[in-house]
Design a protein around this ligand. Structure first.
Ligand SMILES: NC(=O)c1ccc[n+]([C@@H]2O[C@H](COP(=O)([O-])OP(=O)(O)OC[C@H]3O[C@@H](n4cnc5c(N)ncnc54)[C@H](OP(=O)(O)O)[C@@H]3O)[C@@H](O)[C@H]2O)c1
Length: 356
């Protein structure tokens, strides 16, 4: 455990207790709930009690330590609670730990990682409001490492939006035909990207219009070794015989449909399934919704030297009425792929109207 500036505001006894709490946390199972450890210290720095979270539905680490202290008839009044995760502030299957610490008369709380769970967060604030000294973010890198898998579920996946378009920004002709706008090399590249993501997302409009299989294929047409999960967003039913439902023999490559129109919520579901990198392959309605919501980290535009005049435009309404409201992106890379050009763009975070 290395010391940081934040760690200067805690005592050596508290840092040692936090180190011990990290060890205790590892006694708990890895799973739906975080691994958490807690140590209660007397004002003298003596250890009063220890606890850890033994899994979903069992007492949290702080509650376990308070129970041990009570059983040993050790006074907790004026004690310091040292915990690996910010004490929770919600009543779930177990009572709120912030309240339990307040009721026990704890004077000070030292913790490592803030609780990112929107349902449970706010414990530090509640403790402070009750007049308790709170120091958070201590030895945070160790704490985050311990909770890496659990924390990942609260961070949205990296989102790439892919669009294959003509020079005049059309993704389908007036009659709905769109195969193929780009040439072989561009499609090989797009399949490489598919093989590198955890999931491919399309809207129901694309499923119903194109019936894509959304598999990652090698240049010889065979399936790549690792397949992305196939995700359809929208409330209309994906037909029972749709290609996207077809099981393939490679790992990954399952199919799910999410009917929520809330894209943030959909990404939370995907994060919860362990997806860190996802590829949105359209169509224009869904891609535009992601862009409008500021949920896109990377745009892959495959530009084919074709003109269609009419047809379906790549990006529709972004809620922009005037040039001053334009989203600002920067070109991160360009690549010639046969007759086509790949442009990779990322949000320009320096500009006032960049997405996010
Ligand atoms: N060239 C390319 O790169 C490319 C790629 C893909 C598609 N295409 C073409 O694009 C056309 C289909 O595109 P499309 O725009 O009609 O359909 P789409 O974007 O694939 O799907 C639109 C549907 O997505 C669902 N959806 C889920 N969350 C949404 C949200 N937050 N906002 C908006 N929609 C949400 C809705 O489904 P529900 O109405 O069911 O709720 C909506 O109707 C086809 O012609 C296809 O060939 C071209």
């Amino acid at each position: 455990m290395s010391r940081t500036d934040r760690d200067e505001s805690v005592t050596a006894a508290e840092l040692a207790a936090l180190n011990r709490a990290f060890e205790l946390a590892r006694h708990g199972p890895v799973g739906e709930n975080p691994q958490v450890g807690a140590v209660l210290l007397a004002p003298s720095g003596e250890v009063l009690a220890e606890g850890w979270h033994a899994g979903a539905g069992t007492p949290h680490a702080e509650a376990a330590a308070l129970t041990v202290a009570a059983g040993a008839r050790r006074a907790v009044l004026g004690a310091t609670a040292v915990v690996t995760l910010e004490p929770c502030n919600h009543i779930g299957r177990t009572p709120s730990c912030a309240k339990a610490l307040i009721d026990a008369g704890v004077r000070r709380v030292v913790y490592s990682v803030s609780d990112p769970n929107p349902v449970a967060a706010g414990g530090a604030e509640r403790l402070r409001a009750a007049g308790i000294e709170v120091v958070g973010g201590v030895a945070e890198s160790t704490g985050r490492e311990l909770l890496a898998d659990w924390l990942a579920a609260f961070t949205r996946p990296y989102v790439i939006v892919k669009i294959a378009q003509t020079l005049d920004a059309k993704v389908a002709a007036a009659d709905g035909t769109s195969r193929w706008i780009t040439g072989d090399q561009a499609r090989v590249h797009a399949h490489q990207v598919r093989a590198e993501v955890d999931a491919i997302i399309v809207g129901t409009g694309t499923v119903l219009a194109d019936d894509p299989s959304l598999t990652a294929r090698l240049p010889d047409g065979s399936l790549a070794e690792q397949q992305p999960e196939r995700i359809v967003l929208g409330s209309r039913e994906t037909p029972p015989g749709a290609a996207v439902r077809r099981v393939n023999e490679m790992p990954g490559g399952g199919f799910i449909q999410l009917s929520t129109p809330d894209l943030g919520q959909a990404l939370d579901v995907l994060a919860g399934r362990g997806h860190r990198r996802v590829l949105v392959e359209g169509g224009p309605t869904l891609a535009s919704a992601f862009l409008r919501a500021g949920l896109v980290d990377e745009l892959h535009l495959y530009l084919a030297p074709l003109l269609l005049g009419g047809g379906t435009t790549a990006v529709t309404d972004l809620g922009i009425a005037t040039l001053a409201q334009a989203q600002h992106w920067q070109i991160a890379a360009t690549q010639r792929l046969g007759e086509d050009l790949l442009v990779i763009a990322k949000p320009n975070k320096e500009m006032p109207c960049s997405p996010e």
